[in-house]
Design a protein around this ligand. Structure first.
Ligand code: CUA
Length: 323
């Protein structure tokens, strides 16, 4: 229904219906109470107006029943709205485990995207219909914001960290994407298109784009170039073994635990002293400036591809790494 309203964009993702229903509820509720209150103001003003110059107002005692009513009903309404909003929010911000990962990098003033299989695009993103897509977004300079109205998804793109977004495109077609954070002179031209295709057409498209290396392969090259394996190679190294580390909880030297998600891995590359893994010394130098955002993304993609250690020796080497 909402897509028939001219002021709503097309509904082209699994979230569009949820977000629109919640928006319509908020608009409808606001309109209802605005009309109710404005109407009552007018009716009461007419009904209880002063009818003669010598008329004196009557004393009005407070009515607990009335007060409880106009407190409890709005409370129930906002609690219901909160619960509904929280449900939609959690769905929007928790990507399913199997979603294909696309990397998006914002820079003044363009969007660079990369597919899991390595294909790169600028101000364009091709996606297969019906398959969940997770976007890992970061910026090379200032804060941008990635917005696809037809999918009802929007996320700030912040330098120095990753933000994520996910959705399942439900209809083929071309959909506008925007930068929605004022980021300089050509902010208004930082726009592009998302092309949603049937899976076979998407595969054909992938095959038509030359790929120098997949993201994982690129990460492996960077890993070798920087000599990471000298300290992180297997057992007894100066740094923790990295097999299976991505996504796992690690115990920290300073106490406490942290999940080794994309932001933790990123921080450990550019600011290794921030959260040292228990059992290791803060020996690692920062690689800030030696790797750009795309290389960090590639390294993380590579780390995610490393399998869990299987032998007892490998497990012992990472005993400080808690599952
Ligand atoms: Cu990037 Cu506005």
């Amino acid at each position: 229904m909402p897509s028939k309203l001219p002021f709503f964009p097309e509904q082209a993702s699994s979230f569009a219906g949820d977000v629109d229903a919640l928006t319509l509820w908020l608009i409808g509720m606001s309109a209802f109470f605005t009309l109710l209150i404005a109407g009552l103001v007018v009716i009461f003003a007419l009904r209880f107006r002063r009818r003669s110059p010598d008329q004196v107002g009557t004393k009005f005692d407070e009515s607990p029943l009335l007060e409880i009513t106009w407190t409890v009903i709005p409370l129930l309404i906002v609690l219901f709205t909160f619960a509904w909003g929280a449900k939609v929010y959690f769905r929007l911000y928790r990507a399913p485990a199997g979603a294909a990962e696309f990397h998006v990098t914002g820079k003044q003033w363009m969007w660079k995207t990369q597919h899991p299989t390595g294909q790169r695009e600028i101000n364009e993103l091709h996606l297969p219909v019906g398959e969940p897509a997770k976007l890992l977004l970061t910026s090379e300079d200032v804060i941008h914001s990635f917005f696809i109205p037809a999918f009802r998804v929007k996320t700030d793109v912040v330098p120095g960290r990753f933000t994520t977004m996910w959705f399942t495109p439900t209809r083929t077609g071309r959909y506008h994407l925007f930068c929605t954070e004022y980021c300089g002179t050509e902010h208004s031209r930082m726009i592009g298109w998302v092309t949603v295709q049937e899976p076979e057409a998407y595969q054909d498209w992938l095959a038509s784009v030359p790929v120098p290396a997949t993201l994982r392969e690129r990460g492996e090259q960077v890993f070798a170039r920087l000599g990471c394996a000298e300290c992180h190679g297997g057992t007894g190294g100066r740094g923790p073994a990295l097999e299976g580390i991505a996504g796992r909880e690690v115990e920290l030297a300073a106490g406490g635990r942290v999940r080794a998600d994309e932001n933790y891995l990123r921080e450990s590359i550019v600011d290794p002293g921030a959260k040292v893994v228990a059992g290791f010394l803060p020996l690692m130098p920062s690689f800030r400036g030696q790797v750009d955002e795309e290389e960090i993304g590639a390294l993380i993609s590579y780390l995610k591809s490393l399998p869990e250690p299987t032998t007892a020796a490998a497990a012992a080497a990472s005993e400080s790494v808690i599952r």
